[in-house]
Design a protein around this ligand. Structure first.
Ligand code: ZN
Length: 150
């Protein structure tokens, strides 16, 4: 691991220990459940939309450090944003996680989400990191179905 990798690891561990927005919303307008059976990650996502904007968001669930930290950082990243902005972030995040090995990451564009750039080297863990985003997409679409990474 490089120094940068250690730094990113610390951010992930910190969010795992102290997840942000780790709560159920009683007044959510959208919700969705996500599961990554391969790792045993489970996620319940609550979104409160105000018009086209994500006014509030929270999550509950159990999972590995990466899935929990990803959900925590995802909620921080999309809170207050419009649906289109959240979808654009998901696309950028997804591109980063599936980029060819050795490709640099635009840390300025991705902000805090860039802490997961190293996870892309471990295909099995990519599902842990993207679970929260897939669950968000399902919640915003309002399908109400449980999302599975399998
Ligand atoms: Zn996991």
């Amino acid at each position: 691991m490089s120094d940068l990798g250690d730094l990113y690891g610390e951010v992930i561990l910190d969010h795992c220990k102290h997840p942000q927005n780790f709560r159920a919303l009683t007044d959510s307008t959208h919700r969705s459940a996500g599961a990554n059976p391969l790792c045993g990650d489970n996620l319940l996502l609550f979104v409160k939309m105000a018009g086209d904007r994500i006014a509030d968001i929270g999550f509950q669930g159990n999972g590995c450090a990466i899935s929990k930290a990803s959900a925590s950082i995802m909620t921080q990243a999309v809170k207050g944003r419009t649906r289109a902005e959240a979808e654009a972030l998901f696309r950028q995040f997804h591109e980063m996680m599936t980029r060819p090995a050795g490709t640099a990451v635009d840390g300025e564009k991705l902000g805090k989400l860039a802490v997961f750039s190293g996870v892309a080297e471990f295909p099995v863990r990519v599902k842990c990191a993207t679970l929260a985003w897939h669950t968000l997409e399902a919640a915003l679409k309002g399908t109400g179905e449980t999302v599975s990474t399998e």
